[in-house]
Design a protein around this ligand. Sequence first.
Ligand code: TYM
Length: 333
Amino acid sequence: MIKKIFSGVQPTGNLHLGNYIGAIKNFVNLQNEKNNFCIYCVVDLHAITVKQNPNQLKRNIRETTAAFIASGLDYKKSIIFNQSLVPAHSEGSWILSCIARMGWLNRMTQFKEKAGKDKEKASVGLYIYPILMAADILLYDATHVPVGEDQKQHLELSRDIANKFNIDFNSPNFLVPPEPLIQKSFSRIMSLKDGNKKMSKSDPSDLSRINLSDSIDQISNKIKKAKTDTKPLPDNEDELSSRPEAENLLGIYSSLNDQPIDKTINEFSGKNFSNFKEKLASLVVEKISPISSEINKLLKNESFIDKVLIEGAEKADKIATEKIKNIKKIIGF
Ligand code: TYM
C-alpha cells in the first residue's frame, strides 16, 4: 500500500538540531523508502501567527527550503512547496474551523506555552493554528505524518476533525484521519542548558541549541558548554530517567550515528563527560557542517530555490484544489 506522507516546518529562523533529528532526518528516510509519496511544506502561514519581519520571513522561507534540500530531500522525488502558494490551505482551514470545537482547542498545550501569561494578547491565528495544520494534512489525504513529540496533540486534533467531518456529513472515509509517525527514541531533543526543556527556536539563549547554520567552532563550543551532571556516564538505560542531560546528549549521539541508545551507553559507560563531549562534538560537526555549508551555497541561488517552491506548489495545488472542490460539494456549496 502506498503511504502518503505530509509534514511541515515553520520558516521562523534558527532551524536547530531538534528539528533535524525530530523531523527532517526522518523526512529524508521516508522519502527514500519504496511506496511512499511524500509532501513536505514550508508552513509560512503558520509563521505569521506571531509577528514577522517581511524581509526576514522571505529569507527564512528560502532558508528552510534550503535546509530541506541540504538535508537530502529531493524535489524530484518529493513535493516541496510553501503553504501560502496554495490557497486551499487557507480555505480549508476556515471550513474546518467550523467543524472543530472550542473545547478541543482549549486543551492544546502548545498554545498555552506559546501564548504565555498574557493570552489576551496572543493572535487569534495562534489559537486556531492546529486547525490550519489539520487542513494541511487532510487536503492531501495524508496517511502518515512524521513529527516530533511536541506535535502529537495537534495530530490527535486532526484526527478528531476528520472523524467529525465524516460523521456530520455522512461521508465515511472521506477525510483520512492521519497516523502520527513519532520516532520511539529521539523525538524530543532537549535544550543543551536544561535537560527538562525542549530545544527550541524561541529560547533566548543561543547556547541552548545547535542551529543548522552554526559554524564548526560554534558547535564545538556549545557542546563543550552543555549542561551535564557530576557523575560518570551511566552503564544502563534505567538510570537515564533521573539524568535528563545525559539522556539528551547520549540520544543526540545515538540518533546522528543511527544506532540504538544501549549501544551508545555501552560505548561510553563509566567514562567522564569531557571525553564523551569531544566525540559528540566531532560527530555533530561531521553530520551538521556539510548541511550548513550546503544551505549557504543554496541560498546564493535564490532563483533555484524559488523555482523548487513554485514547481512544488503547482503539483500540491492540483491535489489540494481537487479536495477542496469535493469538500465544498459535500457541505452544500
Ligand atoms: P515546527 O516548525 O515547530 O517544528 C518542525 C518539526 O520539528 C520538530 N521539533 C522537534 N523534534 C524533536 N525535538 C525538538 N526539540 C523539536 N523541536 C521541533 C516538530 O515536532 C516538527 O515536527 N505545527 C508544526 C508545523 C506544521 C505541520 C503541519 C507538521 C504545520 N502543518 C502538518 C506536520 C503536518 C510546527 O510548528 O513545527
